[in-house]
Structure formats: C-alpha cells, structure tokens
Unconditional design. Structure first.
Length: 662
C-alpha cells in the first residue's frame, strides 16, 4: 500500500461549503492578522491554501513562507491554540496510514480554518449591541467576556464579569450622584454575581450563548459495499483480490459438494464473497482486524493546551515532559486527573467530554452528566444572526409600508423565534390574526381613532400579502369557533423572510450598478432580470438608448461579470452577420460578484484605518495631554476620519451579511 497522503477534499465535502474565494481568503487573513498577529495569519494562510492539513504539514509550509525569520514550532502550536480557542479552527479526525506490517497507525487530526467564524469577528460590535438591547448591562458584560476569550467557563469568569458589571453600574451612578465609596464592596460584588448568573442562564435558554460540545475524534468507518451477483461484478476489479476470486470461482464448472463446503469454509475464513451455482453471492462474515494500541491517543489540540500550560508553569520539571501512554492506557488515574484539571484554565474543558471526581460538584448526578465547572460556553452565532435577519425584515416592512406594519411583522417574528432552528429559515412559524390582535404591542400600534381595530388589522395584513415583495403569506384559511360569539381567527399567516431577503438583495444590487455604471446601465440590468433574455437591439429599444450606447454599456457590464452573452448562430459557419447575440443575467453569479467586491472593499478599508492609526500613533498616545490648539485640531480631524472608516466598515459588513448569511 502506498504511503502517500490522501488527496485533500474540498471544504464543502464535509461542511457544506466550497473552497474560499480569493476575496474571502483576503478578508479572513486581514481579520486574523489584526486580532491574533502575523504568525496566526501565516498559519491560517497555509490552512486556507492546503485544505485539511495535519500538524506535520502545517509547520514546513508556514516556515517556508516566512520571509526572514521563520516561526518556531512552539509559536505555530500557540497560533493553532489561539485559533481553536476562538472557534476559528475546525478539527477533523482522519484515519492513520497503515504501516508495513499491516497494523494501522494511530488516528490523527487535520486542521481547517472556519471561514464563517472568522468573518463573524467583523460584527462583534453588533453582537454586543444586541446583547445590551436584549439583556441590559448584564448581557453586554457576558457577551463581551465570550467575544474576548472565545470560550469560557462560568466558574472561572464569574468574578471578572461581576467586577466589570459593578464598574459599569458605578459609572452610570456617577452621572447622577458622586459615589460614596472608592472601592467596590463585597456586597456589590455578590449582587453582581447573582445578576450575572441569572442573565447567563437566561441567555443560554434563549440560545444567545451555546455550549461547546466535546470533539468527536472517532474516525468514521467506511460504509459496507453492497454485494452484487457475479453477472454484475464479473470483470470489475475494484474490489481487489476478493472480487477477482469471486468472479473466477463463479466462472468455473460444477464441483463436488465437498468442494463447495470447503469453498464456503474458505469464504468464512478469508472474508471473501463466493457465488454458488445459482449465481447468488453469499457474503461471508469478515473478522475485524484488531487495531494496534495507539501510541498517541490524545488529540493534538489537547497536547497543545498541555504544552502551553507547561511553558507557562516551569516550576515542576516532571510536568514539562508529556507522556502520551498515560492517556492511551488509562492506567494511572492520579496523573490523568492532574493533566485534565489544567485543561479548563485554557478555555477548552468541554472538549475533553469527561469529568472527574476532582472537578465534580457535590450535587453531580451519578449518570455521568457534565458539571457546571466542566461546561464550556461560546456566543450563539445562529441566534444572533437570526435576530439580525429578523431586524432587517422589520426594517424593510417599516420602510415599505409604515410603522404599524413593522410592529405587526416584529410580533410575528417574535412569536416565531422559539420555533426556529436554522439561522436562515425560509418562513416564520404560522400565527393567526387573532393571536396577533392579542399582542399588546400590536394593539397599541393601531390607530386609536379607528372604530373597528380588528378589521383594520386584517386590512394591514392584506396589504402586506399583496405587496410586490411578498413579505407576508397566508397559509391557512379562517376558522370559526362555534363556542365563541366573535368572528373567526382571521387565518394563519407567515413572514416570508426568504422573499424579503431576495428583494433586498435585488434592490442592493440595483443600487450598486446604478452608483458605479449609471442609471441607464441599472435600467438594462433590470430589463434583463425581468425579461430573462434579450437581443442587443431589443435592449436598446426597451431601455430607450441609442444602439452604440447600449452596446458600450452591455460590454462594460460583461467585463465586470454582471451579465453574460450567448451566441445563437443561424448558419453552421457562425457568420457574425447571421448570428443572434442574446444577453441575460445570472442572478446568483451577479450577487456573488457584488459580494466579492464588498469583501475586497472591506479589506481595503481595514488596511486604510490601520495605516491611519499607525501614522498618528504618537498623537493618539498623548491624546490626554494635548494642550496646543494645533494638536487638538489634528486629533479631532483624525478622530473624525477613523469614525468615518469605522462606520463604512459596519455598513459594508451589513451588506456582506445580506449576501452571505441571510
């Protein structure tokens, strides 16, 4: 058997996404360089270019790409540990290559950069604002702790979060009245701990924070191949020696019964499939080869945590040397407890998937449930993105119709939120008009001077159903309750979020084309989207443009990959004089092109902001000591420039969310 490594498969093969594009790769590297440094950027670059790399493959690639001083192996391991701690690294188990003696090697893991998680770091300010809006100061403190550290344990971070909450509450109190005490008292800290714990539980219930599940490092076994008759398997050598021997035995003449029994015995011993005289393949029972005891069964990421901890604590020389046999054989429980007790301090205790008596609380159940000290938490990306999507739908209804329509859509989405599981559900959970009428926010939003508010609510829902965007859809007719004297429930309705997102994408793309290429070009794109396919002369007539101007604008859009051209020849020689040139718009391709430009613009804006900050770092460092009017004016100008760049980054990130996440 060849010892060559297996051919890397695309990232989309297992995760449902394709290889990152060039713009995605540049955006990810820009984010990781600013947040984690140059070594982490080089490691991520190597992982993005070679999908699914092992540690032995990452080190030479990173060191070869270094211009002057290559990073050490320890620095590369620390960079991997940082990426894992902040949810940017995907760890996948792979089967080890078999050795010369036939015994399989120890299972290994491959590393892959999670592009989506890396781009989530662009909208951390938005996540903080969401948490503060939903849970107050306590939610902001909890979310900030999760975003800063990536993965946290409640028992380790509770004191720090309580102190931060007490500081924020004292800062708010200083605006009203001067504080009585200079230091934070124990009573304030105890109250803050109780508030943080209650808010933490509430955020977990509402999925704003999620638990980090243990890593599944079990290599999936290949699915057994079905058995086919010899008439199908004859001549197919894909199965190796067993398939050829089955075909050979099937093509032979009739033998004695003893020969058949001996052949059947050989089948049971060797695991090969032997057909009988009727051409029926009998699958023999295969004996599983006993795998050799792995010499290093602890995952590499856990080894990195131990090595990082040992590098920080050099006091005990015996702890610095790592012995993989302890975890593989599970023979020395005392030393295993010592090793595992260190893992939570690095923020990844939940990845071990086990808990010991030393870490278990007194009230821990005997069924093996993980204790609070062993649970590791991270921010709930799906729920946060779901809230952002809902907010975009509410804003769309408010801008398209009025405030009352926005309140109705918000009530429908709030009713649907507990029932949604994916971040990009097509429609909301059905709700009746009678249930909407019972919502206090909807009642207060309806005009008070109306005599029949129930009929007015139905009229609003009907208007939203008839809107060209299709934002609301009726899914069930009105039903009547014989026990009630009132009218029926008005029918069941859903918010069609997928149609709203598609309408927003179309409007955003139209605005982009109009700003960059002009109003006539945007009119051409709109015509092609509506008519599907048009000939060049027809486009000029419908767009009210001269033939030369229409041709020039079409080729400008074609060069930017926004439209596509199809030739329809009338003659076999493809004479241009007898060929129709039909123009059309591939909407997914056009949206992908716009998204790539947004990602490229994000990288440029972030680079510009970093350059401005580096060029004026001395002025920023002494901003509190500025006295001269010239320096104050320079600092004000710099602050306004940085604020404009930050706002532009947030606006581009909102557009990127529309094309990528919604």
């Amino acid at each position: 058997m060849s010892d060559e490594p297996p051919t890397p498969t695309p990232a989309g093969a297992g995760a449902g996404s394709a290889f990152p594009t060039r713009s995605e790769r540049e955006a990810v590297l820009s984010v990781l360089r600013d947040d984690f440094g140059d070594v982490a950027e080089k490691v991520a670059s190597a992982l993005l270019r070679g999908d699914g790399l092992r540690l032995g493959d990452v080190v030479p690639r990173v060191q070869a790409a270094a211009p002057v001083v290559p990073p050490s192996v320890h620095e590369i391991k620390c960079a991997l540990l940082k990426l894992l701690q902040h949810n940017v690294l995907l760890v996948r188990p792979v089967a080890g290559s078999s050795g010369g003696g036939g015994a399989r090697a120890a299972p290994a893991v491959t590393y892959r950069v999670n592009v989506q998680e890396a781009l989530y770091r662009l909208r951390f300010p938005t996540f903080l604002e969401q948490a503060k809006k939903s849970f107050g100061l306590e939610g902001e403190v909890v979310m900030e702790e999760l975003l800063v550290h990536g993965r946290v344990r409640l028992d380790q971070s509770l004191d720090a979060m309580a102190y931060n909450l007490a500081e924020l509450r004292r800062q708010q109190a200083e605006a009203e009245a001067p504080p009585d005490e200079d230091e934070i008292s124990d009573a304030e800290l105890d109250e803050s701990r109780a508030r943080i714990r209650a808010t933490f539980v509430e955020m977990a219930k509402k999925r704003y924070i999620s638990r980090v599940h243990p890593l599944d490092l079990k290599v999936p076994e290949p699915e057994p191949r079905p058995d086919f008759p010899p008439s199908i398997m004859r001549g197919n050598d894909a199965g190796g020696g067993s398939g050829s021997s089955a075909a050979a035995s099937g093509s032979g003449g009739a033998g004695s019964a003893g020969a058949k029994r001996s052949a059947a015995g050989a089948t049971g011993a060797n695991g090969a499939d032997k057909p009988d005289d009727d051409g029926i393949t009998v699958r023999g029972k295969k004996k599983k080869a006993q795998a050799a005891a792995p010499s290093n069964a602890i995952p590499v990421e856990l080894q990195l945590m131990l090595e990082a901890d040992d590098a920080r604590k050099r006091a005990d020389a015996a702890e610095a040397e790592f012995e993989p046999e302890l975890a593989a054989g599970r023979s020395s429980k005392k030393r295993k407890l010592t090793k595992r007790a260190k893992l939570p301090s690095r923020g990844a205790a939940g990845t071990s998937g086990e808990s010991d008596d030393a870490d278990a609380p007194a009230g821990m159940a005997a069924g093996g449930a993980l204790a609070e000290q062993a649970l590791v938490w991270r921010f709930g990306a799906d729920q946060l993105m779901r809230d952002l999507r809902h907010a975009a739908c509410v804003r769309f209804a408010t801008e398209n119709i009025n405030t009352v329509a926005g309140v109705i859509v918000a009530a429908m989405l709030q009713h649907s939120s507990p029932h949604e599981r994916e971040k990009d559900e097509a429609t909301s959970y059905p709700v009746t008009a009678r249930e909407l009428f019972a919502v206090p926010a909807v009642k207060s939003a309806l005009p008070k001077d109306s005599k029949d508010t129930w009929r007015l609510l139905l009229n609003y829902i009907t208007v939203m159903c008839r809107d060209k965007s299709g934002m609301v859809m009726k899914v069930a007719p009105e039903t009547f309750d014989a026990t009630q004297a009132r009218a029926g429930d008005g029918g069941q309705y859903v918010v069609h979020m997928q149609k709203i997102v598609a309408f927003l994408r179309q409007a955003t793309t139209h605005a982009y084309v109009q700003d960059k290429f002009g109003v006539p070009s945007a009119r051409i794109v709109r015509l092609l989207v509506e008519k599907r396919q048009l000939e060049q002369q027809t486009i000029g007539e419908l767009a009210l443009l001269p033939s030369n101007d229409a041709r020039r604008r079409l080729y400008e859009l074609f060069a930017e990959r926004l439209v596509k051209l199809q030739e329809v020849p009338k003659r076999a020689d493809h004479n241009p004089a007898f060929t129709l040139y039909c123009w059309s718009v591939d909407v997914p391709r056009m949206e992908r092109s716009v998204r790539e430009r947004v990602e490229a613009s994000l990288c440029k804006l972030r680079a510009r902001r970093k350059l401005e900050a580096e060029q004026n770092k001395e002025l920023i460092a002494r901003s509190d000591q500025l006295v001269e009017a010239n320096d104050v004016a320079k600092f004000d100008k710099l602050s306004r420039a940085l604020d404009r760049l930050d706002r532009a980054v947030l606006q581009l990130d909102a557009m990127l969310m529309l094309y990528r996440d919604f």
